[in-house]
Structures are given as C-alpha cells and as structure tokens.
Design a binder for this molecule. Structure first.
Ligand code: FDP
Length: 288
C-alpha cells in the first residue's frame, strides 16, 4: 500500500469508529445481561460485547483497504482482502462495568501487517471512552489527538496530547494476594509517595485515560497463577502502549516496551504497565 492509501484507510477507520461510538453507547441500554457465551479467553460475554463486535466487524471489514478484522470477542480473524491494513479491536473494554453502570471503552489498533503482529506494525491506535461524555483519543503520525463526540460530530479538543510530567495517579489490577512479591514492593513504594493518589475503576480504558490526563501509572501485572497477566496483546496491550508512548510516556511488559513483544497467537495476553517514563523505569528495575 502507498503512504497515501494507508492515510486514507486510517482516516476511514477512525471516522467509522468515531461515527459508531454514540450508537454503541445508546445500544448498551437493554444489553447489559450476559450472553451465555464465552470469548476466546474464556470470559463470559455480555450481550453488549457481542452486539458491539458485530456492529464494528460489519462496518470496519467493509472499508476498502482493510484486509483483516480481529477482536477479543471472536476466535478467528475476518479476512476481507489480500492486501491492506489489519484492525484489532476490543469492542467494549471493561464490560463487567455494565452491570454497575460505570466507565467503559472501545479500543482499536491499525496494523500494517496481518495479525497477530507486534506493536511495531501499528500505524495508528486509539480508544473511545464512554464517560459522562464520549471522547476519543487517537495516536498517529507521532501525535495524540483528543476529540469530543456527539451523535453527528467529532470535535477536536486537544491537537497534541502529552502525558503530564509530574505523575499524580496510580491504579493496579489483579488481586493483591496474587501479585508477585517484587511488584507488590514496587506498589508500596508508589503509594508511600504522598504526591500520588489511587484511581482505579475496573475498566482499563478509564484507568489509562486518568494516567494520560494527570500523569502516573496503570498496570495489570503478571500474577502468581497468570504470568502473562490478563490483558490481550493485540487488542489492548499494543494499542494502549502505542498511544501512551506517542504521548511521551512508556510501556513495559516488565522488561521491554510492549511494542517489542512478538506475538505467538491472536489472543496472547501480556503483563501491561504504562505511564510516565520514570515510573516505568523504576518498575523494570524493581522486577529485574
Ligand atoms: P473486563 O473484564 O470487565 O472487560 O480487559 C478486560 C478488563 O475488564 C479491563 O478493562 C480491566 O482493567 C480488567 O479486565 C479488570 O479485571 P479484573 O476482572 O481482574 O478486575
């Protein structure tokens, strides 16, 4: 694909996801129950997970220049062309927050290789945050932009989002008794600094968006019984890492940037740590 074709397809993917967001938000009403099905990672799906995945699969796979659609909610990729870009999506991140009506998101990555691919193959990534208002953060061409979305408009509210220099918030997933000792010791250090505040909402996008807004660190780490953590590399880890690194922060699987992790399988998991450079450096030292 030429650079110009790539730009056109990325534009269309971003337009399509932005244009679907308010519809997805409204479609959550009446779809908060479990769907009696499991996703490929063995988690119970909500009706809304399946519905949002079908909606995005239809729309994104019909864009000319998209070769593959893949999501956390389906085992196999949808192959729609021999050439072009591949889209990896988590249609509803944090859908266990549906029941309590708390924050959730949609995450996407646009890769210029067939999936599974490493994060170095990303040409754009982003997320929708279904908060009090619907916003979109998007990374491409070395810049992160933030938009507010309404049913028919995408309004640019920040054309160069960077992670604030002084870290303020932290949030860590997984049960504390399941954390590795080295990780727990690191957390205690972060907590002991009185300039840091706990922010944890149970939906990665909500928690990572706090880090992007205020500076700090979010992690869903390796656990005693889950050495690769919980989050999926193609659909969550890579897109988040790409966006946070583009905004001037860092990502790590514990030893290296998440973007350098080579995938073995479409549904691989990865320990995820993202935030200010200094906090990620200290984390890698602590886990050594
Ligand atoms: P969910 O299962 O509700 O979709 O990616 C999955 C995710 O949420 C993240 O958004 C969130 O950070 C994490 O899982 C929460 O995991 P726990 O179930 O371990 O709390």
């Amino acid at each position: 694909m030429t650079g110009r074709d790539t730009d056109r397809v990325v534009d269309e993917v971003i337009e399509t996801i932005a244009g679907s967001a308010t519809e997805i938000r409204q479609g959550l009403v009446g779809r908060r129950e479990d769907a009696d099905e499991e996703n490929p990672s063995g988690e119970t799906q909500a009706e809304a997970d399946v519905w949002a995945d079908d909606l995005l699969a239809d729309r994104l796979s019909s864009i000319d220049g998209v070769r593959q659609y893949a999501s956390e909610e389906r085992l196999e990729t949808i192959d729609c062309g021999d050439d072009g870009l591949s889209i990896g999506v988590d249609p509803l991140d944090g859908s266990s927050n549906l029941k309590s009506n708390n924050t959730m998101g949609t995450v996407f990555g646009v890769y210029d290789e067939p999936l599974p691919a490493p994060g170095t193959a990303l040409v754009a990534s982003g997320w929708i945050l279904y908060g009090p208002i619907t916003t979109m953060a998007c990374a491409r061409d070395g810049t992160v932009k933030k938009y507010e979305l309404s049913s028919d408009e995408r309004t640019l509210v920040d054309d160069d989002v960077t992670i604030p220099e002084d870290p303020l918030v932290y949030g860590f997933g997984g049960r504390v008794p399941d954390w590795l000792d080295e990780f727990e010791a690191y957390v205690r250090e972060i907590e002991s600094d009185s300039s840091h505040k706990l922010r944890y909402g149970g939906a990665m996008i909500g928690d990572v968006n706090q880090v992007l807004t205020y500076g700090g660190i979010f992690a869903y780490p390796a656990l005693e019984d889950a050495p690769r953590g919980k989050l999926r590399l193609q659909f969550e880890g890579n897109p988040i890492a790409y966006l946070i690194e583009t905004a001037g922060g860092s990502s790590s699987d514990g030893t290296r940037s998440i973007l350098e992790v080579e995938p073995d399988d479409l549904h691989d998991r990865v320990p995820l740590h993202v935030g200010n450079d200094e906090l990620i450096e200290r984390l890698e030292d602590a886990l050594e």
